[in-house]
Design a binder for this molecule. Structure first.
Ligand code: GLN
Length: 287
């Protein structure tokens, strides 16, 4: 019997919910839009229409992939972060809502640096943090840097997709090594580096563990390798008075504050996310 978009949606949502998927409502809609090649507006408009057999079948296949753990962002090839549409591939982490606090703080710091501020997104992945900054701070210049060539290519695509080619460049750089001389005099460096303890990767939920790049997750034995390397080696890429701002994992803020202090950063501040978790730690390069 023919089914309507409404029924297809309700059915998909309840299957995702039954599997314990938190964002079942949003995910069901995204998967059906993708299966039917419709925009969100077209989907809402066509709610009462009957679905073709082909769309019904495609939706079933996509739901099965989701139920096997694959993130929706990888299935549909895109995700939204901070109001920006971004291409997403399995070469990069799916942007998390948790990272909005890093984006907001990076925006505030870059804006405060005045006209023609220079901002670096180190370990940029999809480019989500740096592109949010470029979008919200009209005069600034942004560099997106990542150790994965494929991530750098994706950063370039996302820069083009958001019409930011005039102010945003993407480069290959390993955060654990000292910066090249081309990367210097930044007002702000924002970084969401890999910070999961190596020994805890195996316990991550399947959607993360089996599908997302471990290179973007693994922060070494105590999860802090990148904070140590970046604090030690990248301070020289900041101008005097420039600020480094990190996303940190749950419980890591005190260690990262200490690492920044040990490397001579001042004005160390920590900010909570919307769940009250200390999520962002920053410090100023005073020399
Ligand atoms: N927040 C991510 C997670 O929970 C980890 C991101 C990272 O290591 N930078 O999976």
């Amino acid at each position: 019997m023919a089914t309507t978009y409404n029924n297809l949606y309700l059915d998909a949502r309840s299957r995702l919910r039954a599997a314990g998927i938190e964002g079942a409502q949003l995910e069901a809609r995204e998967l059906i839009c993708y299966a039917a090649n419709k925009t969100r507006d077209e989907f809402l408009r066509d709610y009462t229409l009957y679905v073709s057999e082909q769309v019904e079948q495609r939706t079933g296949e996509l739901i099965a992939r989701r139920l096997s753990g694959e993130p929706v962002a990888y299935i549909i090839g895109e995700w939204e972060f901070y109001g920006l549409g971004l291409d997403i591939s399995p070469d990069v982490l799916v942007p998390r809502t948790d990272s909005e606090v890093l984006a907001a703080r990076a925006i505030a710091l870059t804006r405060a640096a005045g006209d023609s501020a220079r901002m670096l997104d180190l370990c940029a992945g999809s480019g989500c943090i740096g592109l949010a900054v470029a979008t919200h701070v009209p005069a600034c210049r942004v560099v997106l840097a990542d150790a994965s060539e494929r991530a750098v290519q994706l950063c370039k695509r996302n820069t083009r997709r958001n019409d930011l080619l005039g102010r945003v460049t993407s480069v290959h750089a390993d955060a654990k090594e000292a910066p090249s001389s081309a990367l210097w005099e930044f007002d702000v460096i924002a970084s969401n580096p890999p910070y999961i303890k190596s020994g805890e990767i195996a316990q991550l939920e399947r959607t993360v563990r089996d599908f997302e790049p471990h290179m973007a997750l693994d922060g070494g034995p105590d999860g802090l390798d990148f904070y140590r390397a970046i604090a030690a080696k990248w301070k020289r890429a900041l101008r005097v008075g420039g600020v480094i701002v990190f996303e940190v994992g749950m419980g890591q803020a005190p260690s990262v504050e200490m690492i920044l202090a040990q490397h001579g950063f001042g004005n160390i501040l920590t900010h909570p996310d919307t769940h009250g978790i200390w999520r962002v730690v920053e410090g100023t390069a005073n020399d």
